[in-house]
Write a protein that binds this ligand. Structure first.
Ligand code: FAD
Length: 368
């Protein structure tokens, strides 16, 4: 086999193909935009077709649930948790429930160079590193074997990630008949930005502010609100000083030039989700129920399966939640209706990036 996908728009980089390959002939490699794609070693390939069979783009129903979800508004009871969460702290409550059963949690973390990678957590200290949104496509290639091992040992496993990552892992786990103890949690997802532009931006940040000690894409120094999402990027340097620098968020959320090509062809921007449970921001809650608005964040939760509903019902000690009407929740959530539409200048952005580099493009954006 030459390729798993026909066009880049039809590869989300989940890595299920590389993990299912019986002869390990597939390697996930970064392209010129820094996104991972499967590269097949044709000499090693035995043409079994498993890589295509498992791909979320080809699988029956794309691994989506067939039933419609129940909608909830939710908020964690702890101010500390809200301060360290992107939205209303739903992830912390869900993961606490799994850790209490001696289970394992998977989610996105920064490595020592602030690259975004999925990691395994078995206690609250490790889990805390997975909290809050990192707006860069996370690499999940290496967690499949670890999730499989945990499930073989009958551990309860909570996987959190984008809907396409959930789809890839779901296909893999189903192919091994191991889904019983797996709880899948997908995020409402705008799109995933380029790891290459992120690494270039990190270099610029270091040059501008000095060595970085910590990064928060969704700092609660900014009151939680949709418009403030674009202003909430904070970093801390080793000198202890804090800086707000929203240039990366501007490329992601305003210019919309740095998302993965498959985000425009996303299969997962409707109510039929890949996870048992879905979490996001409850945008617009102040209009529907002002008493529920909180400047520290409010979560939207969708329970998509009986398993997801059962998980949520066990969280009453940590999470205040209430059923809401689907129309209300859907009104402010484009990513439950349509995929992102790339602007015409996306192509130009990448051409200029190859030619002049990121610093030039950031200066150009600023001078607008
Ligand atoms: C790229 C991206 C786009 C998003 N787009 C939207 C959107 O359009 N609308 C909306 O309502 N919500 C969106 N979210 C979700 C939202 O930002 C919060 O992550 C979500 O509400 C959970 O918040 P929390 O307070 O429950 O928990 P938090 O503690 O904030 O939990 C963070 C959770 O997000 C996961 N996560 C963080 N970064 C990544 C990543 N790069 N890849 C995969 N998983 C990650 C962690 O594993 C953890 O489970 C997006 C998140 C990401 C990462």
């Amino acid at each position: 086999m030459k390729q798993v996908f026909e066009e880049k728009r039809h590869c989300c980089g989940c890595g299920a193909c590389a993990n299912i390959c019986p002869v390990k002939a597939i390697d996930m490699q970064g392209d010129e935009e820094g996104f991972l794609y499967p590269k097949i070693d044709e000499d090693a390939c035995v043409d079994c077709g498993k890589c295509v069979e498992i791909c979320p783009f080809f699988a029956e129903n794309n691994y989506k649930n067939t039933t419609l979800p129940l909608y909830y508004v939710a908020k964690h009871i702890s101010e500390e948790v809200l301060m360290h969460s992107a939205s209303g702290g739903a992830f912390t409550a869900l993961s606490d429930a799994v850790l209490a059963e001696k289970g394992v949690v998977y989610g996105a973390d920064f490595d020592e160079h602030f690259k975004v990678v999925h990691r395994r957590a078995v206690n609250s200290e490790e889990r805390d590193r997975l909290r809050t949104s990192k707006y860069v496509q996370s690499d999940i290639t290496y967690i499949y074997a670890s999730v499989e091992e945990d499930l073989r040992q009958n551990k309860m496993v909570l996987f959190t990630g984008t809907p396409c990552q959930n789809a890839g892992l779901k296909g893999y786990v189903q192919s091994k008949n191991l889904e019983e103890n797996l709880y899948l949690c997908d995020l409402l997802c705008h799109s995933v930005p380029s790891p290459l532009i992120w690494s270039e931006f990190l270099k610029i940040l270091t040059k501008t502010y000095g060595a970085i000690a910590a990064i928060n894409f969704r700092s609660k120094n900014m009151p939680w609100s949709r418009p403030n999402c674009k202003k909430a990027f904070y970093l801390k340097t080793v000198l202890g000083s804090h800086h707000a620098d929203n240039r990366f968020l501007r490329l992601f959320l305003e210019e919309q030039t740095i998302a993965r090509p498959s985000c425009e062809a996303c299969l997962f921007t409707d109510e039929k989700r890949t996870g048992d449970i879905t979490i996001g921001d409850y945008w617009g809650i102040e209009k529907y129920d002002a008493a529920r608005y909180d400047a520290l964040g409010v979560s939207l939760i969708l329970t998509n399966t009986a398993k997801g509903e059962q998980l949520l019902q066990g969280l009453a000690g940590e999470l205040r939640y209430e059923r809401r009407d689907s129309k209300e929740a859907l009104a402010e959530q484009q990513r439950l209706r349509t995929a992102i539409k790339f602007p015409p200048q996306r192509e130009q952005f990448w051409l200029l990036y190859q030619k002049h580099g990121l610093e030039y493009l950031l200066e150009k954006t600023e001078s607008k």
